[in-house]
Ligand binder design. Structure first.
Ligand code: ADP
Length: 290
């Protein structure tokens, strides 16, 4: 992709106002010179006998958005699920290798998966609010973790709805209105608010805007740009323009001849999209396959 094409990809026709450039100069710093929040090292994932992803190693910079891109079946969701041990819930899945959070192996002995998932939150592809009020959706996690103080919960719910850019739209009826009565885009921001309420360090998003219309998608993208000041975000997206617009780092995956996914190349998003090291990456980001 040329510089011009990248610029086009970063501009969206439906953008209601001037959008700040999401990829700032600071993100040009090579990844290894940044603070590393999570790191995958030599990860293989099997479903039963079948190797789904092979020998995956890459760092995830703190306070940045890392995009996982690649053709369908190349293992992006499988890899994302390794970061919060969600693959533990798939009976046939087996994970080898290490994944660290702040230097500690989240698969280490004595590390509880539920603890990992408190620190690493996941937002699904389709918004999945619980059938309860907006307030109760956001308060759900903290209550499960034992928070009973009403004032603490009240403040937390408001602050999470604000941080998820939903507060202005729901402040009049968030205690009564069901989360299911919101629009799709609002439901996804509610799910992000619910994730924020458990005070995660890292937020994983699996194609969080793929079920949304363009305006709702932009709101989620703007929200990600704001959240990365305080959180580390890893997002799977099949939308290359979205990866170019919102991410600081991009990891590109492909499927090998044996259909196992592997990492082709990872780097700063501007490098991956304008001067990739591998021809395969160039072919993929310019739309020649996938
Ligand atoms: P992507 O997100 O890039 O589309 P996935 O991680 O969903 O890729 O899938 C990678 C490979 O692992 C695919 O061949 C898929 O069929 C397989 N796979 C994913 N989830 C499961 C599962 N729960 N059980 C068995 N195979 C799975």
């Amino acid at each position: 992709m040329t510089e011009d094409a990248l610029e086009d990809a970063m501009t969206v026709a439906e953008a209601p106002a001037v959008r700040k450039p999401v990829v700032a100069a600071a993100e040009e710093t090579p990844i290894e010179q940044r603070t590393i929040k999570m790191r995958m090292e030599g990860v293989n994932v099997y479903y039963g006998e079948r190797l789904a992803v092979r020998d995956i190693s890459f760092p995830v910079a703190a306070n940045a958005v890392t995009a996982l891109i690649g053709p369908s079946g190349s293992g992006k969701s499988t890899i994302l699920r390794c970061f919060d041990r969600m693959n533990d819930l798939v009976p046939s899945a087996r994970v080898e290798g290490s994944v660290t959070l702040d230097g500690e192996d989240i698969y280490g002995t004595g590390v509880q998966a539920v603890e990992v998932r408190r620190r690493v939150g996941l937002v699904f592809q389709r918004p999945n609010p619980f059938p309860m009020s907006i307030y109760d959706n956001v308060a759900y996690g903290p209550r499960r973790h034992g928070e009973k103080n009403k004032q603490t919960l009240d403040e937390l719910v408001v602050s999470c709805l604000q941080r998820a850019a939903l507060w202005d739209e729901v402040k009049d009826d968030y205690r009564k209105k069901s989360g299911l009565a919101l629009s799709g885009g609002q439901q996804q921001r509610l799910c992000i608010a619910r994730t924020l309420a458990t005070d995660p360090r890292v937020i994983l998003m699996d194609e969080p805007a793929s079920a949304l219309d363009p305006i709702a998608t932009l709101k989620i993208e703007d929200l990600m740009a704001e959240l990365r000041d305080n959180y580390t975000i890893i997002i799977v997206t099949h939308n290359m323009q979205q990866a170019a617009r919102i991410s600081d780092q991009t990891a590109f995956f492909n499927m090998g001849d044996d259909r196992a996914g592997y990492l082709v190349e990872m780097g700063n998003t501007s490098d991956i999209f304008t001067r990739p090291q591998k021809q395969l990456t160039e072919d993929y980001v310019s739309g020649r396959f996938g």
